[in-house]
Design a protein around this ligand. Structure first.
Ligand code: ASP
Length: 449
């Protein structure tokens, strides 16, 4: 059996839904269909999830949001209309949505999560109805009924392990199972969503639960590219890559597949096949355990901006017991997560995502790092981009770092920091945000042209 997940742009209109239906019925093994909320139909369009977030926010402020509510319902109604689905589905969606909007707001995060989740929930109901209207047996399945339980962390829920066993029983269901992505239920019966784009995570969880032979993830690009096509024109497509390579790439800016969606598939050894709903005949990209090193040592180059680095120096840091622990305690106390921490003899650098800090947090943090640790110097640098060169086969190849560093120096780019993870799956360069694209192009030319 296969689990097949469709992203928002694949479900944005009636035309797209017809393609989806054809893809599903083309292969009788495609029994479990996981769906996102309707996404963008064209570049300036607004995703239903974003409409819902604005709508929920207004209600939480005690304002009315009639236009937004109407915009959400119109998206479903126009799809249902064009598919000739009759009134029943829309009546149900409208009724549920109105009830939801006026539901209890005492816990704003929970309220918001309920509203957000309705995007996929209603879409799954509509899609199941559409499949049935085409003469195919299909049923909407609610994640609570299926036993998809998650932690109580609104907006960043994590699956609870017992869910997998519960979901295994989905195999006994008749016909096609249409399952809403993006959320599960806490043990107290509250809806909790995954982070944004989290329907990929649901797909992977369902694939793990039902022990699927493959997790097919349908989106709107032909494949995962070796580099962001917005930076390099017509880059090379990646045919095959490992879970670890994909994780590194999606961490640093590859948005094709959610980085948290890899673990459930990886744990069960289920390959992930990324394909294009608009060109399903193309092979797409396959994510697997191990690959033949056919693509050369480097499989892709990713980059992401929005980081800052905090450089701490103190003479004899290497001999001071507990220094690192105290740095981390200060971060913990400030409620900050760090991404990387390369170190030297008398210094270390902490790389953080900048969006977690306002000026006040930053001042307090720098003050603590300087005074509580009696550091010689603490310096923060803003607007850092991380550029990652990714490939498992780099481990067995001599000179990759030298080639990368030379490519950057030839392009006159100053390397602020360099870090090679101990797994040797990636080499990371910190550069100024303004040099990010230039750095990516230089590295792409070095390894792919
Ligand atoms: N609809 C949700 C979002 O826009 C989840 C998803 O599409 O995967 O983030």
């Amino acid at each position: 059996m296969k689990v097949i997940k469709f992203g928002g742009s694949s479900l944005a209109s009636a035309t797209q839904l017809k393609k989806v239906y054809k893809i599903v019925v083309d292969d009788p093994k495609r029994k479990f269909v996981v769906v996102s909320a309707p996404g963008k139909r064209f570049a300036e369009d607004v995703k239903v999830t974003d409409l819902l977030i604005d709508c929920g926010a207004k209600h939480l402020l005690g304002e009315t949001a009639t236009e937004l509510e109407q915009a959400v319902l119109t998206r479903y109604a126009s799809i249902a209309d064009e598919l000739g689905l009759g009134h029943e589905v829309m009546e149900r969606i409208e009724r549920d949505f109105k009830e939801l909007i006026s539901s209890d707001k005492t816990n704003p995060d929970r309220y918001m999560d309920r509203i957000k989740a309705s995007g996929e929930d209603n879409n799954a109901k509509l899609i199941a109805a559409f499949f049935r209207s085409q003469g195919t047996e299909a049923h909407y399945v609610n994640p609570q009924d299926a036993g998809l339980f998650v932690t109580d962390e609104p907006g960043s829920a994590q699956v609870l392990p017992e869910s997998y066993e519960n979901l295994y029983r989905l195999q006994d269901r008749d016909g096609i199972v249409v399952f809403p992505g993006f959320f599960g239920y806490t043990k107290d019966g509250e809806i909790s969503t995954f982070s944004r784009s989290g329907s990929d995570i649901t797909g992977a969880i369902v694939a793990n639960g039902v022990k699927a032979e493959v997790y097919e993830n349908f989106t709107d690009v032909d494949a995962v590219y070796a580099v962001n096509p917005a930076i390099v024109h017509k880059p090379k497509e990646i045919i095959e890559l490992t879970y670890r390579e994909m994780r590194e790439l999606s961490y640093a800016g590859f948005s094709v597949f959610h980085d948290e969606a890899l673990v459930p598939a990886f744990q069960a050894g289920i390959p992930v096949q990324i394909k294009n709903t608009n060109r399903p005949e193309l092979p797409g990209t396959r994510v697997i355990h191990r690959r033949e090193a056919t693509n050369g040592p480097v499989v892709g180059i990713a980059s992401d901006g929005g980081f800052c680095s905090i450089y701490i120096t103190k003479y004899l840091m290497n001999r001071e017991i507990g220094f690192g622990r105290r740095v981390l305690e200060i971060l913990e106390g400030a409620g900050l997560t760090y991404e990387h921490m390369p170190s030297g003899i008398d210094d270390l650098t902490i790389i953080l995502r900048e969006n977690q800090m306002d000026c006040h947090t930053e001042d307090t943090l720098l003050d603590c790092l300087k005074n509580e640790l009696s550091s010689d110097e603490v310096v923060i640098e803003h607007k850092i981009a991380l550029v990652m060169v990714v490939g498992e086969a780099m481990k067995h190849n001599v000179g990759i770092t030298a080639r990368a560093a030379k490519a950057l120096s030839d392009a006159k780019i100053n390397i602020e920091m360099i870090n090679q993870g101990s797994s040797e799956v990636s080499i990371m360069f910190g550069v100024k945000e303004e040099s990010e694209k230039k750095a990516v192009r230089a590295l792409y030319n070095e390894f792919f042209n």
